[in-house]
Design a binder for this molecule. Structure first.
Ligand code: ATR
Length: 274
């Protein structure tokens, strides 16, 4: 039987997930398919019932369903409970769904790729407090980082820390970026500001790492500026591939699939289509 997998979202046409997973499915010779399926907001529960009926083995979940799916799942990981969002569903034997969040391990694996094996005791400055920040803050807090979260709407940063972190951390407005950046060992941009072409002004990086969770065109101006200011700048594409690898392992078990292979395929696609 061919195992069916899909990413659901709206919009979903731009998603690189089918390419990433099909790279692994093809090279491993698995009998499986991975589609991208548009599911409009408000239709989450009905769609999950339908995918269960059609015996999908697993789903990746993107906007606007990452929180909505939690209402329809039978089981969820502790990470999903703390983050309040899931990106990976797997069908249980009795037909219900289990929810996991692989964005958190995906971020840590992506940081390890740029030489940051541990954030324990390190000062990490996080920009943004939206959906993308939640998994990042959960993972960094759990790994023992000393966090400062800056957001255009500072109160939201405080609320997200309270939701997703076991420790207390400082937060404030983005106006304080330069002040906190001076002392940071690592800076992570989780905001969607780059989608409008905007970039944050950074003080001199002195070889420290600036990690942007976005990739492709929205990350370009920010990464270019970060490099000019002397930061080691890294984009979020490896994080996308690393979170996909964790999802793949949840569905198929065994070792993590080949990150480099899928990353190279994605880089080619972005070169062609931005
Ligand atoms: P996502 O799921 O991509 O994180 P989101 O939940 O809408 O999307 O959150 C977007 C984040 O980017 C928020 O932290 C947002 O700041 P606010 O909470 O103040 O809205 C931030 N953001 C978006 N555009 C921005 C901009 N031009 N300048 C600064 N922050 C911005």
């Amino acid at each position: 039987m061919t195992e069916r997998l899909a990413v659901i979202g709206d919009p979903v046409g731009h998603s690189l997930s089918p390419q990433i997973h099909m790279t692994w499915i093809d090279t491993m010779g698995l009998k499986a398919s991975y589609e991208s399926i548009r599911v409009p907001a408000g239709e989450t529960a009905a769609a999950l019932e339908d995918f269960a009926r059609k015996k999908f083995r697993g789903l990746n979940v993107t906007l606007p369903h990452k929180q909505a799916v939690l209402k329809s799942v039978a089981e969820m990981s502790d990470a999903v409970k703390a983050i309040g969002a899931a990106n990976t569903l797997s069908r249980l034997k009795d037909g219900g769904w289990r929810a996991d969040n692989t964005d958190a391990p995906g971020l840590m694996a992506a940081l390890a790729r740029v030489g940051i094996q541990s954030v324990s005791g390190k000062k990490v400055l996080v920009l943004g407090a939206g959906g993308a920040a939640r998994a990042a803050l959960y993972a960094l807090d759990k790994a023992g980082a000393d966090l400062v979260v800056l957001n255009r709407t500072p109160d939201k940063a405080g609320a997200v820390i309270a939701d997703c972190c076991a420790q207390q951390h400082r937060f404030g407005p983005l106006d304080d970026l330069a002040l906190h950046a001076e002392k940071a060992d690592l800076m992570i941009n989780t905001t969607s500001a780059g989608h409008t072409g905007y970039h944050f002004e950074l003080p001199p990086g002195k070889g420290r790492t600036f990690f942007d969770m976005s990739y492709g065109a929205p990350a370009r101006a920010q990464l270019e500026h970060a490099r000019e200011a002397g930061w080691e700048a890294a984009d979020g594409l490896p994080m996308l591939v690393c979170q996909a690898a964790e999802s793949f392992r949840i569905w198929f078990g065994g070792e993590l699939p080949d990150i480099e292979l899928a990353l190279e395929a994605c880089r080619e696609t972005l070169k062609l289509h931005g």
